[in-house]
Write a protein of this length. Structure first.
Length: 101
């Protein structure tokens, strides 16, 4: 109780629980990640559909480049690293948008 592991992977294990390299997450999170659009606000729909409560396994392994890079990072440097990655992705997206115009 007095000791808490302070890496990204350890926090996932503490908060969600990792079993056999997998976590159980809401199916709707994967659908949104795969490019399917979901309404961000239920107020936008007259008849809002409930989000899926079905839990599906999500594998945490080194096949995902970002997870591979941050899984053992200390949480003290994790946010800085993720902010840098987000800025780079934003720059790439802006360049792609400019070139497609």
């Amino acid at each position: 109780p007095m000791c808490t592991a302070l890496t990204y992977e350890a926090l996932i294990d503490d908060l969600i629980g990792i079993r056999n390299g997998c976590i159980q997450i809401d199916e709707s999170l994967l659908k949104a990640d795969n490019g399917e659009t979901e309404t961000s606000s239920s107020m936008e729909d007259e008849n809002p559909k409930p989000k899926s409560r079905k839990k599906v396994p999500f594998h945490l392994n080194s096949n995902n480049d970002l997870y591979k890079e941050i899984r053992d990072e200390s949480i003290t440097v994790l946010m800085k690293k993720l902010n840098e990655k987000a800025r780079k992705l934003k720059q790439i997206r802006e360049q792609v948008n400019k070139s497609s115009e």
